[in-house]
Design a protein around this ligand. Structure first.
Ligand code: B1M
Length: 234
């Protein structure tokens, strides 16, 4: 018997219904449908940023709430994450190719013990779109992995992401190691992830906590400009 879903022709839905349908399709882990819908919204003139925030991230919030409430479980959330990544892969080149001048360089990674990478990937994409050069270290990064990358890349910014209350303290381990080695002031340290807040960012000695990818871009621009001004004035 044909499923109700089979009758839906995405391209015939108006924008508001299409975004709601995308939330449902993300929830159901339907990667192909998400990719098709992203294409449709692009054709309709939506900006990549609006598609990311209003269709994909908003849909993922519903998934997150039901995961928290025990309605969805890891396998389903993995499928949703996979569908989200399908949509993000289409948007990435569009966000990145803005022709913006180079703003600075960032090394970013999710901390040790943590495999969540969607938010971090979004931050990387948005930073690249804003003209930053980004080296993405991926997930589950030890202090050594961060330090090696800082040493070889000499970025302006170190970005760290953590999505678990059990892994966020590891950010302090990284920052404390930088302090011990006398390297803390060489980098702007920005942190982010759903369980963090401004207080936590301050407490661990980061320069700033970034609520979302857009805030990360604005904060990075502000700190890099400040750093360049300081260098210019000696
Ligand atoms: Co996990 N998970 N998960 N999970 N997961 C959460 C985080 C959780 C809040 C769900 C819940 O209970 N409501 C919960 C954590 C609870 C807690 O610690 N307090 C949780 C749990 C418990 C777990 C497991 C332990 C579950 C288990 O195994 N029993 C397990 C842990 C695995 C591990 O890491 N060791 C686990 C596993 C997984 C999956 C693998 C199934 C999957 C990850 C897939 C992937 O990432 N490839 C997954 C997912 C998808 C989620 C939720 C549902 C969604 C996260 C997400 O992608 N959000 C999440 C629920 C939630 O967050 N509400 C949840 C969308 C993303 C765009 O937002 O990541 O917040 P976010 O990023 C934002 C900002 O935070 C900020 O900007 C981003 C873009 O705007 N930001 C930064 C993030 N990083 C930044 C870095 C910066 C700046 C800004 O640096 C400069």
């Amino acid at each position: 018997m044909a499923d109700e879903e089979d009758d839906i022709i995405l391209s015939e839905l108006p924008d508001d219904e299409l975004t709601l349908q995308m939330h449902d399709d993300l929830y159901d882990g339907l990667k192909e449908e998400i990719e098709e819908a992203v294409g449709i919204l692009l054709e309709r003139g939506w900006t990549p940023y609006d598609i990311l925030t209003k269709a994909l991230v908003a849909g993922m919030t519903v998934v997150g709430n039901d995961f928290r409430d025990g309605i969805l479980f890891v396998p389903e959330v993995l499928l949703a994450a996979n569908a989200m990544k399908g949509g993000m892969a289409i948007l990435k080149p569009l966000l990145v190719e803005t022709g913006a001048p180079r703003m600075g360089k960032m090394v970013i990674g999710t901390v040790k013990g943590d495999i969540h990478d969607i938010g971090k990937n979004l931050v990387s994409m948005m930073m690249e779109g804003a003209g930053f050069e980004v080296l993405d270290l991926g997930i589950n990064n030890s202090v050594d992995a961060y330090l090696e990358a800082l040493e070889s890349e000499q970025p302006d910014i170190l970005g760290m992401s953590a999505l678990l209350t059990t892994t966020m303290p590891y950010m302090k381990v990284v920052i404390d190691t930088l302090i011990e080695q006398g390297k803390r002031d060489d980098y702007i340290v920005l942190v982010g992830g759903a369980p963090l807040n401004e207080e936590f960012g301050k407490a661990i000695g980061a320069d700033a906590y970034c609520r979302d990818a857009a805030v990360a871009v604005e904060t990075a621009k502000e700190f890099v400009a400040r750093k360049h001004n300081q260098m210019a004035t000696g």
